[in-house]
Design a protein around this ligand. Sequence first.
Ligand code: CA
Length: 307
Amino acid sequence: MANVRYSDWSSDPASTTQGSQSSVERIVWTDNDDDDRINQKKSFALHWCFRCCIIGSLLAGIGLAIVLTFWLTSKTAATETLVVATSSFGSTNSLAVSTSVVTSSSSLATVSTITTTSSASTSTSSTSSTSSTSTTSSTSTTTTTPSCGSVSNPPGQILNLPSASAPSTYTLYTYGFMANNSLATLSFIMAGDSGGGGNFHWLLDQVSVNHTNVNAEILINGGFETGDLNGWTQYCNTNANCFSTGFYAHTVSSPCYAGTYCVYDGCRNFDYLIQSFSTVIGDYYSISYYLRIGNTGGAEHIYVTLT
Ligand SMILES: [Ca+2]
């Protein structure tokens, strides 16, 4: 059986046997080499498939990690914005704005909008506080309305001058004092023509109160240059008390001591021209004024008082 099988390959049994054996061995070796190559190729392919799977899995994992990181980061930032906006304002409007931040990806632009709202509310509060502090000083002045008609020895006289002693040209009168109150009142109480014609009258100009500690004039319209009695208060300046319109104290333009205007008073009875002013207790003040009568021979009388 063995010779038949080997005769197919050689006529010399011996050599054939030996040669057949080497051929078989070669065939076996050839088959083994093919198998080895196939196995090597298979293992090589499997090796690379395995490596590709690992690399692909790693890349997919990295990509997934990056996507998850971005997603979680944007969600955290939006949540933080919501918390900040709600705690700062606590109003319904702010809550609506911050909710849109969560659904929107552009959280930075929305944050700037919230900042603008905050500054607006701050300026509103500062405006209201400013207006609340604007109402402060108001000085209450207590004045007593004098009785009209005849006047005799009023309090606080610094001048008591009947017509017999009155100058017919402008004469300077002065009076100095130290303040013992925070308010003082200078009054000119004048009576003119007792007959009511206004022929006999007083002329008054350049009234001044100087705060000598600071050398400052504190009277308003002491020279009457406004052309009226602005800054002064009048009493008893009525037709019934002064006989007729135009006889109680009012400004005229001639004859004046200085400037354009001065005061004329020809009231039949006494009328009052008063100005109050603030004083510093313990400080010194100097009162001065120019005075004369219009015509001699009448029954004029004037009291100047400081109260
Ligand atoms: Ca004047």
